[in-house]
Design a protein around this ligand. Structure first.
Ligand SMILES: Cc1cc2nc3c(=O)[nH]c(=O)nc-3n(C[C@H](O)[C@H](O)[C@H](O)COP(=O)(O)O)c2cc1C
Ligand code: SF4
Ligand code: FES
Length: 573
């Protein structure tokens, strides 16, 4: 039953959006939170009625996103991710230990109704895996001892405080500048350290000059594809008579990626300032931050920062809405993300039209990554020429590299583009054990062997020359204690789970591939399974509506190609 307070909260939110349906997802989340983390049918109907959508539509949305608990869960919903970085960092032992301690398997609830356990996908916290999410709270860097303490505390009805012991370093001192500064999320501290000077400067510039400065900086988007930001902004449809929207992509869903979180959690005003400048340049009055639903405390930090900036009259007539996702990797794809803000299932649209012409609510829309937008204040305050002093030709600027897996100090490291892979390994405390391979741009890029990693420089063009991509800058380091076929299976399990189901080659291809690899890894496979796997990864690219078809074919194909003997050994056995 929705209380009058909650109804008011939903109404307030619905009124901020250009269309009420956009508030459907956050409203479902608030309703679920108000009901012990359970989204009953009755609640779902009530939310649909308040928002003014059909109950069938609300049901369609609630069944698409994994974070809505349609089946009842216990008082403490324990979720443990076992994606590749987590597996490399001991999460499977943690999961087993929790299973044994609680006497339940993933998907089950304890008889006393206290605990529900689930094995889940990457939580955007790979540098601090193993991670246990209890309801909305992350417990990171988990060990067996910490698990025992956590469960003992939960049994007493106490949620322990979060520990935030992360490794980080910055040689550029821009994106992680305020990391480690006390109270870094407050506007006073941000301003004391030089914050909002760039916005003041931008207010004295013509919008075309802001766009031009970003164009000259030649910054390439940090979300994955590396498209030049100034060029993208130049594609924005002009004089349409429609509003223009700016959307910040904070979905951080690519396994191995946990960099945007560092900016939002510790320096939210840097993103708010970057968005305000970008909105001025683009003529946008309403901007959005689409943040993955699991980062609920970070969404609160952003909400507070936006309120502070408004109270300080820094945003003028620009408003920024923090829109919370609800568990879907595909919603990181820009058109799926737009569908999701519109309050729909997060399924990609056919392109063209591209968002810059017809995006959110059918209006011209620019979608940029958190790190891209957080780089804008530096470019405007210091000028494109200063920005270009970092990095290499055609790959200018700084970047946050998220390093996880088999290294001694997994964490986030801000370096100029073009830094040597080996130097990054040194920054991360060195490789643990003998380096076997690495995936250097988030899970969806080709794997490189230890030999291929020699001489690699971490920028867009050098990575391409080395046969891979820098993508989201999430580097997963693998040592020789791990089986590539097992990691390959874990990769395809992820994509099969996340496929939105809109096109058959992706939906069916990923499922069939998963089955073939499962048989191979469990030593029940035949040569036919290997042939099937190869046929799928060679056929699917180019046949799917969005890049997810390639996103799974490429890493799996390169694992099959480069580590073929490891797969064949399992078949011959
Ligand atoms: C399946 C999929 C997931 C994606 N996930 C993200 C994400 O979590 N964050 C992000 O910024 N971009 C993600 N992208 C890329 C976005 O579609 C888009 O290109 C990006 O946000 C543009 O920002 P940029 O130009 O600043 O890089 C994803 C793309 C695909 C195909
Ligand atoms: S490729 Fe996969 S994720 Fe993308 S639209 Fe098709 S089914 Fe959905
Ligand atoms: S958060 Fe554990 S794998 Fe990414």
């Amino acid at each position: 039953m929705i209380t009058s307070e909650l109804r008011e909260r939903i109404e307030k939110l619905a009124n901020r959006y250009p269309r009420r349906e956009s508030a459907l997802m956050p409203a479902l989340t608030f309703a679920q939170q108000s009901n012990g983390n359970n989204l009953s049918e009755e609640l779902l109907h009530e939310v649909a009625d308040i928002i003014g959508v059909t109950r069938a539509k609300a049901y369609g949305v609630a069944t698409f996103y994994t974070m809505y608990n349609k089946k009842p869960v216990g008082k403490y919903h324990i979720q443990i991710d076992t994606n590749i970085p987590a597996t490399l960092m001991g999460a499977r032992d943690i999961l087993k230990h929790v299973e044994n301690t609680l006497g339940i398997k993933p998907g089950e609830t304890s008889k006393d109704g206290l605990f529900t356990l689930n094995e889940v996908e990457c939580l955007g916290s790979c540098g601090t895996c193993p991670v246990i999410q209890v309801n909305d709270t992350y417990y990171e860097n988990m060990t067996i001892e910490k698990v025992d303490k956590l469960i003992a505390s939960l049994k007493k009805g106490v949620m322990p405080a979060r520990e935030t012991d992360y490794n980080y370093a910055s040689v550029c001192n821009v994106l992680l500048k305020n990391r480690g500064v006390a109270n870094s999320t407050s506007i006073e501290v941000y301003k004391k350290n030089g914050g909002y000077k760039a916005l003041a400067k931008a207010r004295g510039m013509a919008p075309a000059d802001i766009i031009n400065e970003v164009k000259i900086s030649a910054i390439r988007g940090r979300g994955g594809a590396g498209f030049p930001t100034g060029v993208k902004w130049g594609f924005l449809a002009k004089n349409t008579g429609k509003p223009v929207y700016l959307v910040c992509n904070a979905d951080e869903g690519e396994p191995g990626t946990f960099k945007d979180r560092q900016i939002m959690e510790y320096d939210p005003h840097l993103l708010v300032e970057g968005m305000a400048i970008s909105a001025l340049a683009l003529g946008c009055k309403l901007a959005f931050i689409y943040i993955r639903g699991e980062f609920s405390w970070i969404a609160d930090i952003l909400d507070k920062a936006i309120e502070e900036a408004k109270a300080d009259k820094l945003l003028g007539d620009i408003d920024i809405i923090v829109h919370r996702g609800a568990g879907s990797y595909v919603c990181g794809e820009e058109t799926a993300l737009i569908e999701s803000i519109e309050g729909k299932r997060g399924q990609p649209r056919i392109k063209p039209p591209f968002p810059a012409v017809e995006g959110l609510y059918g209006c011209p829309t620019i979608v940029n990554n958190v790190e891209t937008l957080a780089s804008v204040p530096y470019i405007i305050e210091h000028g494109a020429a200063e920005f270009k002093k970092f990095g290499t030709e055609n790959n200018f600027g700084f970047r946050i590299f998220g390093i996880s897996g088999c290294v001694n100090k997994p964490g986030t490291y801000e370096y100029p583009m073009g830094i040597d892979f080996d130097d990054l390994m040194k920054a991360a405390g060195g490789v643990k054990g003998k380096l076997k391979s690495a995936i250097v741009g988030g899970l969806s890029v080709p794997i490189l062997t230890a030999e291929e990693l020699k001489g690699l420089k971490m920028d867009f063009d050098s990575c391409i020359k080395h046969g891979t991509m820098i993508g989201s800058g999430g580097i997963m380091v693998i040592n020789d204690e791990f089986s590539i076929p097992e990691l390959c299976l874990r990769a395809i399990e992820f994509y099969a789970h996340e496929s939105c189901g809109k096109c058959t080659p992706c939906k069916q291809g990923s499922k069939t591939l998963k089955q073939a690899l499962k048989r191979i890894v469990s030593k029940k496979g035949t040569r036919h399974d290997l042939d099937t796997a190869l046929r799928i990864v060679n056929t699917v690219p180019g046949l799917t509506l969005c890049p997810v078809g390639e996103a799974y074919s490429i890493p799996v194909k390169t694992m099959l190609d480069k580590f073929r003997p490891d797969f064949e050994a399992l078949i011959n056995n």
